[in-house]
Design a protein around this ligand. Structure first.
Ligand SMILES: Cc1cc2nc3c(=O)[nH]c(=O)nc-3n(C[C@H](O)[C@H](O)[C@H](O)COP(=O)(O)OP(=O)(O)OC[C@H]3O[C@@H](n4cnc5c(N)ncnc54)[C@H](O)[C@@H]3O)c2cc1C
Length: 310
């Protein structure tokens, strides 16, 4: 039996929506990426557990995607199963926002992994909750923000995270206190395969001040990032003593183009897709930037964007 026939027979018994040979360019902010052999949008946590345990038992590769805003997917695509909790095709439990409890000035909010940060920001503003304003303008999902420890302007998701709901490699679900997870700059040691949701600890605040801070952060991003073109945000992590864009700039790489991919003239740590870029173009450009920066400044840049597939 061909691998895909096997995947079809394994996955069609589920309640979840499944797409075969689904182009990942439709699911990444870069608008780049070949097909996922099977892309599954779990209907609920039970189905998610079943998919994880089935793929584990059959040794089928599994990748969990968020909103695809930090991903570069290879031109030949992704073998095996891609799970997405961040699309409207996934079940409601992954897009739920619920108030759990209040404790003095603290308010605890549960957000499903598929909730976009934009929607969560709106919720916090409407309910006068402060703490998440730093995320204004970060385009990912709650799941992706936890895994990447997304941050901006000196704050990170770890600063407001209380607990994370995860499914492990066998599909078992549990809630892990955030203090048991090690967070680093744009990384987290999540002890599982999929984040299904998270509890955030926010504070009661003044709606006017919250709105002002959100607008200020968004405006700063709009002024400094090439938001009209597809990208995956910052390509490289900032070294602790300087910004990656400064090193790329001083190596003279701003505006460099390979195929359909260009180093943004607005923000030198962004690569933009001019419309016809392949993953191959972007990877060649990443290599060229890395070599030139190393030669000119002696610094080896580390990737922030995650490269998946082949
Ligand atoms: C224009 C632009 C601006 C950006 N600005 C910022 C910024 O200021 N700060 C910042 O930190 N980032 C920024 N980013 C990068 C990106 O938005 C963040 O890294 C975001 O947290 C990624 O979330 P996502 O849902 O898109 O995850 P994806 O890109 O889909 O995935 C990222 C990683 O998380 C994993 N993952 C995602 N969801 C889950 C889940 N539910 N369970 C398990 N693993 C999961 C994936 O396997 C992958 O390894 C920017 C990106 C763009 C395009």
């Amino acid at each position: 039996m061909k691998k895909q026939d096997y995947l079809i027979s394994m996955l069609t018994g589920l309640k979840s929506k499944v797409l075969f040979d689904e182009p990942m360019s439709r699911h990444t902010s870069f608008r780049i990426g070949g097909p996922a052999e099977a892309m599954v949008f779990p209907d609920d946590e039970g189905d998610l557990s079943r998919i994880i345990s089935l793929t584990h038992a059959e040794k089928i590769p599994l990748f969990v995607s968020g909103k695809g805003t930090n991903l570069l997917v290879g031109d030949r695509g992704i073998r095996g199963v891609v799970i997405s909790l961040s699309s409207g095709l996934a079940g409601d439990c992954f897009s739920r926002i619920t108030k759990i409890k209040e404790y003095g000035s603290e308010v605890y909010i549960y957000a499903g992994a598929g909730v976009s940060l934009t929607r969560l920001l709106k919720y916090t503003l409407q309910n006068g909750l402060t703490g998440l304003e730093f995320a204004s303008g970060i385009p990912g999902s709650v799941g992706g923000a936890v895994v990447m420890n997304a941050g901006s302007y000196g704050k990170e998701i770890k600063d407001i995270l209380y607990s994370v709901r995860i499914a492990d490699r066998m599909g078992h679900l549990s809630d892990i206190p955030a203090k048991e997870i090690t967070f680093r700059y744009r990384a987290a040691s999540i002890p599982g395969l999929a984040v299904t949701g998270a509890v955030l600890r926010l504070q009661k605040g003044d709606r006017g001040k919250i709105e002002t801070r959100m607008k200020e952060n968004l405006l700063r991003k709009k002024g400094s990032q090439p938001l009209s073109k597809p990208s995956a945000g910052s390509i490289f992590k900032n070294p602790d003593w300087t910004k990656a864009w400064k090193l790329i700039d001083s190596a003279g790489m701003r505006g460099t183009t390979i195929g359909g991919a260009t180093v943004s003239t607005l923000h030198a740590n962004f690569i933009i897709n001019n419309g016809n870029a392949t993953a191959g173009d972007v990877i060649s450009l990443i290599r060229r930037i890395g070599k030139k920066v190393e030669r000119e400044t002696g610094v080896t840049l580390e990737l922030e964007v995650r490269i998946v597939g082949t």
